[in-house]
Structure formats: C-alpha cells, structure tokens
Design a protein around this ligand. Structure first.
Ligand SMILES: Nc1ncnc2c1ncn2[C@@H]1O[C@H](COP(=O)(O)OP(=O)(O)O)[C@@H](O)[C@H]1O
Ligand SMILES: O=P(O)(O)OC[C@H]1O[C@](O)(COP(=O)(O)O)[C@@H](O)[C@@H]1O
Length: 310
C-alpha cells in the first residue's frame, strides 16, 4: 500500500485566457477545477497504475468537501483530517503564447490540536503502508520540522519515505534521512545556495546531499531528463523528446512512478525508466498530474541510461 500525504491540498483552478497580461480585464475561454496540491497530483497518477493507495492530509470547508467528492468520483481511497480552516485554491492562467502564470494561496491555519489529531491518524495509516510519499508546501501553523518528524516515525517502522518539497521544510526533512528526494535544478540551487551551470556541478551538489544518508537523490532536469544518485553511482537518464503540451506536474508524476516501482519491487534501472517516463508522459497531457499508460510504455522504450562511478 502507498500512503500519499498532501498537507496543503488545493482546488487547482486553470483558466485559459487569450492575450493575458497584467492590468487588464479578461473573460476566460475555458475553466477547469481539479484536486491539486503536489501530493494529490502524485495520488492521481499512482491511481492510474494501482488501487493500493490511500491519500491523507488536512482538509477543510467547502473546498475540502469538493476535493473529497472528486476523489470519491475517481475511486481514490482517502482519509483526511478535517480542519476548521478552508482548504486553499491555486490559480493557473494559461495563455495562447504558451505562458502560464500561477498564484498559489498559502492554505489554512492549522491549530496545535489539529496537528496532534493528524499525528494520531498518521500513526494508524502508516501501519498498513510500505511506501509513504509526502509532497508540497506546508499550510500555515505547521512547524518547518513537520516532514522531519513524519519521516522519523516512518523510519522507526522501516517504511520507505519519499519527500518532495522545497526550501526549509526540505532542508530539515533531509536531516531525518528520507529514502528518496527529488529536487529539480532550481530547488537544488536553493539547497546548496549557489547557481549550478553544469552536470559536474550537479554531481558535486548531490554528493553533499547524499551525506545526509539519503538512499536515492534524484535531480530532475525537465526535458533533459534527470541525474539519479545511489550507492556511489550517478545515472544520467536521457528521455526521448515528446510533444509537450503542459509540463506542470511532471515532477509529481515522476514521484508517482518511483512510488509504484518501489511498491512493485522493480529492478533499479527499470524504476528509473518508469519514473522518468511518467514525468514525460505527463508533459504530453493538457491536465496536470495525468499520464496515459500507453505513452508511458512507449517512452520507456526510448529512454537510455548511462551509469558513472562518482
Ligand atoms: N518536456 C519534457 N519532455 C520530456 N520529459 C519531461 C519533460 N518535462 C519533464 N519531463 C520528465 O519529467 C521529469 C520531472 O520533470 P521536472 O520538470 O524536472 O520536474 P518538476 O515538475 O518537479 O520541476 C523529468 O526528469 C523528465 O524525466
Ligand atoms: O503543494 P504546493 O507545493 O504548494 O504546490 C501547489 C501547486 O503546485 C502545482 O503542483 C504545480 O507545481 P509545479 O508548477 O511545480 O509543477 C499545482 O498543481 C499545485 O496546486
């Protein structure tokens, strides 16, 4: 069973607006609402491959009910802690020049009592889960150590914890040695505190991260694929070029590919192919956090991996 954690879910509201620019009034051509927040994008992609899945996190208000209804429609098992605050919305404005402008709300304020209730729920849910997958930002009121604490609990029960977040929550989370992290290049630069301009510099930066006793460090590089670090080796994953429609959520889809592969016990290099192919297949879809299984299969056949001792 995979447990996905979305501490800060959202209703992702996508607007298609012709000629969008600031300081003007527009009418949207098309609007779509989907359950979002990075963890729910991961959840939807995992569901494409497996039913052995449960989603948790904090949820509240009418937006929270909307998300739960959508998850029910998708037949996704979920057990969220209800909170007093209103679950947030995130706005993405797509325009005809290919631009995308995102406005992400901070999310509700979570009280100490709600945090403690969530910790009880988490302790129950991880009992039946081998893989735990936590993604995204923290809502207001949660300490920056939240992921670190969740990882420590999971590790004490020998569970594999995948962490995909950014900033201080990631820095602190790494101290508890999650099984896998997946910074993209921007996130890696923030972690090491300088600009990265070459693959050699990526290797150098990733080596620093590996000192935290993290089993797998994935540095994702968009259409350039990814470099994955494990047990003294770097694996450069080269993905075939695909017709890119919307690459938002490719990182989340890649995480889903790792979670599924770990649960299925795939061989290491096949796992890298599945994960990278999920990311690329997502980029082919208009909807965020969606992959077509046939596209994943085709892309896997076009991926090559080079392995280097580091
Ligand atoms: N345009 C693309 N073409 C092919 N593969 C892509 C594309 N965008 C993303 N991917 C795949 O998805 C993975 C994650 O995407 P990336 O953009 O690096 O993550 P994030 O969304 O976290 O920034 C990449 O490592 C790559 O395998
Ligand atoms: O959960 P977070 O980290 O606040 O991010 C929220 C938003 O990020 C997205 O996943 C998009 O992220 P990316 O642009 O990094 O792919 C939205 O779908 C989501 O609502």
């Amino acid at each position: 069973m995979i447990l996905t954690i979305t501490l800060n879910p959202s209703i992702d509201r996508r607007y298609y607006v012709k000629g969008f620019k600031k300081d003007k009034v527009f009418r949207a051509e098309n609007v779509q609402y989907t359950p979002g927040g990075k963890g729910l994008n991961v959840t939807r992609v995992i569901k494409t491959f497996s039913d052995s899945l449960i989603a948790t996190g904090f949820i509240g208000g009418k937006s929270g009910s909307f998300i739960e209804e959508k998850l029910d429609e998708l037949n996704i098992n979920h057990n969220f802690l209800s909170v007093n605050g209103e679950t947030r919305s995130c706005l993405a404005i797509h325009s005809d020049d290919g631009s995308q402008t995102e406005i992400l709300e901070k999310g509700p304020v979570i009280s100490n009592e709600e945090i403690s209730n969530f910790n009880h729920l988490y302790n129950e849910l991880i009992r039946e889960s081998e893989i735990i997958c936590a993604s995204g930002s923290l809502p207001q009121g949660l300490p920056l150590e939240t992921y670190k604490d969740l990882i420590s609990v999971a590790k004490s029960q020998n569970k594999k914890f995948i962490l995909d977040t950014s900033g201080d929550a990631l820095k602190l989370g790494m101290e508890a040695s999650p099984f896998l992290i997946k910074p993209n290049k921007d996130e890696l630069e923030k972690l090491v505190g300088h600009v990265i301009t070459s693959n050699d510099e990526i290797v150098k930066a990733a080596k620093c991260l590996l000192e935290n006793d993290i089993e797998i460090v994935v540095v994702s590089l968009g259409r350039e694929g990814a470099i994955v670090f494990n047990k003294g080796y770097a694996y450069k994953i080269n993905v075939p070029s695909v017709k890119t429609v919307n690459s938002v959520g490719s990182g989340d889809s890649m995480i889903a590919g790792f979670a599924i592969s770990l649960m299925e016990g795939y061989d290491f290099e096949y796992m890298l192919k599945v994960a990278a192919a999920c990311g690329a297949a997502n980029a082919m879809e208009e909807e965020t956090g969606k992959v077509n299984i046939n596209n994943v299969r085709n892309i896997i056949n076009g991926i090559n991996i080079t392995k280097l001792k580091i």
